[in-house]
Design a protein around this ligand. Sequence first.
Ligand code: GDP
Ligand code: MG
Length: 177
Amino acid sequence: YGDPNQKIDYVFKVVLIGDSAVGKSQILARFARNEFSLDSKATIGVEFQTRTLVIQHKSVKAQIWDTAGQERYRAVTSAYYRGAVGAMLVYDISRRQSFDHITRWLEELRSHADKNIVIILIGNKSDLEEQRAVPTEDAKEFAQKEGLFFLETSALEATNVENAFMTVLTEIFNIVN
Ligand code: GDP
Ligand code: MG
């Protein structure tokens, strides 16, 4: 995952938001280190992780920010959103409430972040199909209405995590180029 001596063409800050326990930290661990842990403790300390990848022959350093247990309503500060060019709005497909709260997160995002920020809605824990509480169609419709990208992911099974990040980063790349 990246040569430290590589020259960097772009740094893109992307923020993860969504209710507590939807899997934000595990999505980041999967993307940044290809790791997953079943008993992930509440996030403390580390503000962001990076991974450098190549998009259209340019090296892009993705700087992904994770909320340090600040998921209570309005507890995420504007410093968190400052300079972000991408956002991943995460809910848990097995927990309806986490999807219902997406409108709040979107409102908060739109009031704090740059208006051109690229946003993807992510339904995580797609491996828990038998406990599904949010139909894919509902989320798809919501995303379409709000102009968001949308994917269901599983950090556990590594399904679509790479795809989700590449969707956001490629779109940002296309906007700045
Ligand atoms: P956060 O509070 O949003 O950062 O959520 P965490 O990443 O800490 O994950 C909360 C819990 O959900 C942990 O027990 C994880 O192991 C679990 N989890 C995260 N992603 C997945 C997933 O894709 N599938 C399943 N089954 N569990 C997951
Ligand atoms: Mg966390």
